[in-house]
Write a protein that binds this ligand. Structure first.
Ligand code: GAR
Length: 193
């Protein structure tokens, strides 16, 4: 069985989209893959209750309880590796990862970022796209490498930036596309593992 471990920090809508796709497309029977665990660095991450309701193992590791980024990432690696993951999926996981963490999961660590990379790495992508006068925005699924929001691109989706858009309306439009391309990109990765 190819185990998928998903890391979240908040709403978890991408995680929920992946879990629903796995159910709908019967990944377990057809692809020998399942979402084995959802782990959050925040106990109040709203996505945790969805995961629990789905019968998925959940875990919480509060990064504030660790003295250093390295200590937190070491504990996170132990929690993830307990599920023997074939894929580790960052889904709104708002932590910068140490090079050691990234190297440990090289080739099996994915992220979704709410911009058309390589444009707008980092935070506040929608505000920056609107301020820059972009006519199009979007989302990117990519393999994670040591450099933040870089790494081979697996999928992208484009949406228009409409007159009158603010950060919230653009983010919502982009998010609906994330929910489509992330499960699809994971499906393609699973076929390669
Ligand atoms: C998504 O838009 C995701 O692309 C973004 O956070 C949101 C999480 O939503 N991730 C990043 O900004 C990572 N740098 P979700 O918790 O509802 O999936």
């Amino acid at each position: 069985m190819k185990n998928i471990v998903i890391l979240i920090s908040g709403g978890g809508s991408n995680m929920a989209a992946i879990v629903r796709a796995a159910e709908r497309e019967r990944w377990q029977e057809r692809r020998g893959a399942r979402v084995a665990a959802v782990i959050s660095n925040r106990a109040d991450a709203r996505g945790l209750s969805f995961a629990r309701e789905q019968g998925i193992a959940t875990g919480v590791l509060d990064h504030q309880a660790y003295a250093s980024r390295e200590d937190f990432d070491a504990a996170l690696m132990s929690a993830i590796d307990a599920h023997q993951p074939s894929l580790v999926v960052l889904a709104g996981f708002m932590r910068i990862l140490t090079p050691g963490f990234v190297a440990h999961y090289a080739g099996r660590l994915l992220n979704v970022h709410p911009s058309l990379l390589p444009a707008f790495t980092g935070l506040h992508t929608h505000r920056r796209a609107i301020e820059a006068g972009c006519k199009f925005a979007g989302a990117t699924v990519h393999q994670v490498t040591a450099e933040l929001d870089h790494g081979p691109i697996l999928a992208q989706a484009v949406v228009p930036v409409l007159p009158g858009d603010d950060e919230a309306t653009l983010a919502a439009r982009v998010l609906t596309q994330e929910h489509l391309i992330y499960p699809q990109a994971i499906t393609e990765m699973l076929a390669r593992l």
